[in-house]
Design a protein around this ligand. Structure first.
Ligand SMILES: O=C(O)CCC(=O)C(=O)O
Ligand SMILES: [Fe+2]
Length: 657
């Protein structure tokens, strides 16, 4: 059978699914995105399959928000911006090398991007690489589809949009990825259309990568072999992109904005154009230059260079001309199950330049990146924020705000927190950890901590712990910012956590939701965590202890000193045994959790206000009764003192950082 006959047959068999996808370009109310994506994915023909079928408009799941596609930032006044082009011809001549090192250093710290010419990779090799990727994509689908897979562990795989089911919108692009080193698959596993030339290109790129890592090491003031000795050049993967011509290029993108989660990328592109880098808040074109290769700093190099080099955001526009072809060579070793940690290079650290990131394994980093669709919450931010903790745990104080009890009685502690915020101008986020933050819609708890419940738990202004209890599994489950920052499978929606912890048994039904992580789907049936974690402060102390012991290099590593903990425990209980700010003698109605009438609400607010005027009391362990400690003044005085202490601690940390 001829190639044409095969193509024809393929188009015939796909007609019905493609017609379905084409029909979905409208705005029908019955639009089922998940189903549309699946239908598209099942064709295994990618975006090119859609184009071949004669599609005249972009299916809805490719349509990006105008904010995402807008070109506003590529302001005409800034057309003088140009990504540096660096000539490597005289790399072995002393004086010239010095200049090259300087140029590379400046480009990597300001742009994060540059182009190189005279790089020693012959033009006929790069031309043939591009041609082979065209060949692969333009062969009949029955050949290509054998490589179609979403299995991340496959060393050779073809698919359209690695994040198809997670991304906010799909990109106008198909990609063949090939692991080239270390431990490549047997050669026959690469597609025949590009096997030979990719293997050849890989040798040239390895050499160019090693040269660039040497120049980059020198630019950092390190020994030339520093970055290669760390293992930055130990592995590379080719991402071979095919961007078909797009009928409505303004509605979508070829590649959503992102930073590369590797050490370094060397990119070969054909002459179509569309690659842009965000520089100085402007999208700047990186035009194809005859014989040039684009080089860009990856996030892992930003981490180990402690921000001396910057990984810049970039994207690819869709284009009515096409196909655009590119091969991005990622220097990464994420296929290797190594525990090796990459953290800021010691030689680059000083008092003025403290470490900005916690260490990470390459695999851990990439897994976090891949677990969210683009544009993703940056893995870099996660490591950087964690570093704040790294310094935080070295300081003198760990402050925990523990909120306890709920229902309408939450108005009592709510009144006290309102005083904390409005009168003392203090923020709840000054505490290192807040547990059990949203017990009551009456209590106004935690608003400043959550900012909004419309986000992930790791986005809170300070770390929170939300204890819940799963009534199907019969086990406590606590959601925590620290856990989510460490482990992508613990990421969850704050709103789900909040509803879960609010589902007080007997008052409300358990709350059901699902979490889709790369490790599988988890199902939750949650009620209020008080069932198991009666005093959530203990959970907070345990988490902080774990955090301290995981922060290698912390002086507190082996000596967890409980005198560091400052706990502000605010409860609503009616029992005399309850802690500090408890008011004795709540009447039956006042102590009830579900008496929301106006008069009771006002009364509870008054109880909160009156409480602040009372003298600070402590339990007399002989009698079990609360007795005033005259020398401590009122609770209001104690709150002022606490706010002052936390504010001082914040000033100290700011200076330390
Ligand atoms: O195709 C391009 O020019 C860019 C590709 C890219 O940014 C990537 O693969 O990370
Ligand atoms: Fe990229």
């Amino acid at each position: 059978m001829s190639v044409f006959a095969l193509c024809f047959q393929f188009i015939e068999t796909m007609t019905s699914s493609l017609q379905q996808i084409m029909a979905s370009t409208g705005n029908g109310l019955d639009y089922d995105k998940e189903q549309e994506l699946k239908t598209f994915d099942d064709t295994k023909a990618g975006v090119k399959g859609l184009v071949d079928s004669g599609i005249q408009s972009v299916p809805k799941f490719f349509v990006a928000s105008s904010e995402e596609t807008c070109n506003e930032k590529s302001d005409l006044r800034h057309t003088h911006f140009n990504v540096p082009i660096i000539d490597l011809r005289d790399i072995d001549k002393d004086g010239a090398r010095c200049e090259i090192v300087k140029e590379i250093g400046i480009a990597s710290s300001t742009w994060g991007f540059f182009q190189v010419v005279n790089h020693d990779i012959p033009q006929d090799i790069t031309d043939e690489v591009i041609e082979s990727i065209r060949r692969f994509n333009e062969q009949p689908n029955h050949v290509k589809e054998k490589f179609y897979s979403r299995d991340k562990m496959k060393k050779v795989r073809f698919n359209s949009n690695f994040d198809l089911y997670k991304a906010r919108f799909a990109n106008w692009r198909d990609t063949l990825s090939c692991l080239m080193a270390p431990n490549p698959p047997p050669p026959e596993e690469y597609p025949e259309a590009c096997r030979e030339i990719l293997l050849k290109f890989s040798k040239y790129v390895t050499k160019l990568g090693q040269d660039l890592f040497k120049l980059l090491s020198e630019a950092l003031g390190l020994n030339s072999n520093h970055l290669t000795n760390m293992g930055c050049a130990d592995g590379h993967v080719f991402y071979c992109h095919y961007y078909p011509a797009c009928p409505e290029p303004n509605l979508t993108l070829g590649h959503t904005k992102h930073r590369d989660p590797d050490f370094l990328t060397i990119l070969l592109q054909n002459q179509i154009g569309g690659l842009q880098v965000l520089h100085d808040n402007h999208w700047v074109n990186i035009p194809p230059v005859e014989g040039a290769l684009v080089v860009n700093v990856g996030e892992l190099l930003q981490v180990i260079s402690n921000d001396k080099f910057k990984a810049a955001e970039h994207r690819v526009l869709a284009n009515c001309a096409g196909p655009r072809l590119s091969v991005a060579c990622f220097f990464t070793t994420h296929f290797e199950p190594s525990e090796k940690l990459f953290s800021p290079i010691e030689e680059l650290l000083s008092d003025d330049s403290p470490p900005l990131y916690r260490g990470t394994t390459v695999k851990g980093y990439i897994d976090f990146f891949a677990s969210a669709g683009l544009p993703a919450y940056s893995s870099l931010t996660r490591l950087r924020e964690s570093n704040y903790e790294l310094i935080r745990w070295k300081t003198n104080l760990v402050s925990i705000l523990s909120l306890h009890g709920g229902g309408v009685r939450g108005i009592i502690p709510g009144t006290i927190l309102a005083f904390w915020e409005s009168q003392l101008q203090a923020s709840l986020s000054w505490h290192d950890v807040v547990t059990n933050g949203v017990k009551s819609k009456w209590g106004n708890y935690g608003r400043p901590v959550y900012q909004s419940v419309d986000g992930f738990i790791q986005w809170t202004l300070t770390d929170v712990i939300i204890p819940t209890f799963d009534i199907r599994l019969l086990q406590p489950i606590s959601f925590s910012t620290l856990k989510a920052k460490r482990n992508a499978s613990k990421v969850s929606w704050l709103s789900d956590n909040c509803i879960g912890t609010s589902a007080a048994p007997y008052y409300m039904p358990p709350y059901y939701f699902e979490l889709h992580a790369s490790t599988g789907t988890k199902k939750f049936n949650l009620v209020d965590g008080v069932v198991a974690a009666n005093i959530p402060t203990v959970l907070a102390i345990c988490e902080v202890k774990r955090e301290i012991s995981q922060n290698k290099g912390s002086p507190c590593l082996n000596s967890i000193d409980f005198s560091k903990f400052l706990v502000f425990f605010l409860g609503t209980g009616s029992s005399k045994r309850d802690e500090k700010l408890e008011t004795d003698g709540l009447k039956y109605t006042e102590a009830s959790a579900d008496h929301p009438m106006k008069d009771n609400r006002e009364n509870l607010e008054k109880i909160g206000k009156d409480l602040m005027k009372k003298p600070v009391s402590a339990v007399n362990w002989e009698t079990g009764l609360y007795e005033p400690m005259e020398e401590r003044g009122t609770y209001k005085d104690a709150l002022c003192e606490l706010a002052e202490r936390l504010s001082e601690e914040r000033r100290f940390r700011r200076k330390y950082m």
